[in-house]
Design a binder for this molecule. Structure first.
Ligand code: ATP
Ligand code: MG
Length: 209
């Protein structure tokens, strides 16, 4: 009788591959069995490489695929058009999206106005972080608000830590500081290996914004 475990007819190379995969599966299964904790997660997508915001919006799509409730607060953003916000505003009426609407700090060059805008934007973030209806909260480019001291670090960290137990939060942006890192469950440091911009290519619709 033939079964899927049979090695009859397999070449030495195929047998070696099968043995290797069986060993690997044992390891994977053991890791899966060991991970039994369940609650909302805090994720930090950081680093100099491209892919932080777009990854966060990838998770937004995942969550929406399960009819989960999503809230997004975008610090800095809102001046320049971007495809993900266009899409959400047009096609995702259940998503709560708020944009700070100031643009980059090196363009505004006005610390007082940036601080006020950051505080006003933080009110929305705090509301989402204290509402257990939200399964996923994205705080896009939040780290810069901490880096420039536009927002109080402790206040932000406390709100993230005290969010509803089933709620996940994704923070994006370079830096953010060791205290923020210490409360995150998953941290991805996106490495900048190469960026077309440095070779003179213009930012591209649908790719960069
Ligand atoms: P994305 O929104 O594409 O996922 P990101 O969130 O990782 O990028 P940000 O620092 O928020 O990166 O930058 C937003 C914009 O700047 C995007 O248009 C992106 O392509 C561009 N960008 C990202 N990384 C770099 C880099 N290393 N050099 C130049 N431009 C970059
Ligand atoms: Mg970004």
């Amino acid at each position: 009788m033939s079964n899927s475990n049979s090695e009859v007819g397999l070449s030495a190379k195929q047998k070696a591959h099968k043995a290797k995969m069986q060993k690997h599966k044992k390891k994977v299964d053991a890791h899966i069995a060991a991970a039994q904790k369940e609650r909302g997660l805090a994720l930090l997508l950081t680093g100099n490489g491209k892919g932080k915001t777009s990854s966060a919006f990838g998770m937004v799509i995942r969550a929406l695929g399960y009819q989960q409730k999503v809230g997004i607060v975008q610090f800095i953003k809102g001046i320049q058009e971007c495809g993900e916000a266009n899409f959400i505003q047009k096609h995702c009426p259940t998503v709560d999206l708020y944009q700070m609407g100031t643009g980059f700090t090196w363009n505004t060059q006005d610390m007082e106005a940036d601080c006020l805008a950051a505080e006003k934007t933080w009110v929305h973030a705090e509301r989402l972080l204290s509402d257990e209806q939200y399964d996923l909260v994205v705080l896009d480019e939040l780290t810069y608000m901490l880096g420039y001291k536009y927002l109080d670090k402790d206040k932000v960290i406390t709100a993230i830590e005290n969010r509803p137990v089933e709620q996940s939060v994704v923070v994006t942006g370079r830096g953010g500081g060791s205290k923020l890192r210490s409360i995150m469950d998953t941290i991805s440091d996106v490495k900048d290996v190469r960026h077309a911009y440095r070779d003179g290519y213009k930012a591209r619709k649908g790719i960069d914004y």
